[in-house]
Ligand binder design. Sequence first.
Ligand code: ACO
Length: 431
Amino acid sequence: MSDPKIVKLLDESSNRSSELPLVSGTLGPACIDIGTLYKDTGHFTYDPGFGSTASTKSAITYIDGDKGVLLYRGYPIEQLAENSSFLEVAYLLLNGELPKPAEFASFEHDVSHHTMMHESLKNFFQGFHHDAHPMAMLAAAVASLSAFYHDDLSVDDPADRKLAAIRLIAKMPTIAAACYRYSVGWPLRYPRNNLEYVDRFLHMMFEVPSEPLQMNPVAAKALDLLFILHADHEQNASTSTVRLVGSTGANPYASIAAGITALWGPAHGGANEAVLKQLEEIGTPDNVESAILRAKDKNDSFRLMGFGHRVYKNFDPRAKIIREMCHKVLAELGVNDPLLDVAMKLEEAALKDDYFVERKLYPNVDFYSGIIYKALGIPTEMFTVMFAIARTSGWIAHWIEQHETPGSRIGRPRQVYTGADVRDYVPTARR
Ligand code: ACO
């Protein structure tokens, strides 16, 4: 979709110029295509943190950060949250369209029949210390899928790519539940294919051999909603990581494992775990004021976890949905969590504080998700793992799109070199 409009750039020091075409998508600002800039002017562009740089064209997800809009394949997140299911959203992200009943039945069948882990994979868990962080185990276990399914996989074959997508979406909950069960010393549970995706996961997490699991349907509904909200978010840090690794031709399991490690950081998916730990540290609503003061203090590295977003500068539409859900889930499950009082006081205090208002720092999706996970009995260390289960659908959709795009090249950013100028080697005796 190349637009004929051109931006002219003149380098006055060398009098070299470049005519750069504008590239427009369906929605969002047009981008300046700087592909010929270096050839024309001898300059690179400098944009650390990619604040103004589009790294790819993509037809999967659209965000308007100023208006608080999030669309998956054109469908507003609010409508998907209200009417869809996580598995249907996963189908939508992968295939571009909502499934007809027969298409969904076939997708659900395929996902249900790839849920088991290879028995040998179980042995890997024995190698971890019992208190290993589940994100470390998850990243390692997903990377190890390369060793099980690598040899017969061609990244250039659409059928192989689709099979890898199904395997990843199907096995992720099984592996995630295994990470948890290993950490608490419970025997691993096999997936029950007669259950729906989220129910199956909850059973693998919490069912013990000695008694049947009584699951409140509110829990499955809440988790399904959280999975929908976390399924994709265009070129965020972890998705960009998956694409960068994918651009080298690496197999999908290795690419997704890289995404998992990128997600782990507290500035990204690790924030949900960090939010809960921070709320626990704050402890009571009385301590909120001092937490706000610390967050504003430039000499203190303390930040309010769950506040702020690189793209959303008005509100995070997912946070709006999840905030409502949070109150509903706690009420329906009969949970009276004092941390929610701390969270509400923190939200209220930050939203009327000039520091947060001026910088457009609003609660993001992770501010509330941890409280819901906690109410569902999911341990804090597993919060980012929950995020990873959902985001796998987005990551693999992007990985497939990348491989379907003709002319895709290896990702290779440039740099501004700030090291020593060229100099001669000094022999040891003369240093
Ligand atoms: N608490 C206090 N101050 C903050 C916060 C915060 N949570 N977030 C940003 N700021 C301040 C910065 O200090 C900076 O102030 P300054 O202009 O006076 O220097 C200003 O707001 C802009 O912040 P940046 O770090 O430049 O914003 P950026 O877009 O790079 O970072 C990020 C976004 C990483 C999300 C940041 O807001 C943050 O660290 N938030 C807390 C972690 C978090 O919740 N992450 C989850 C993100 S959502 C997700 O991944 C699903």
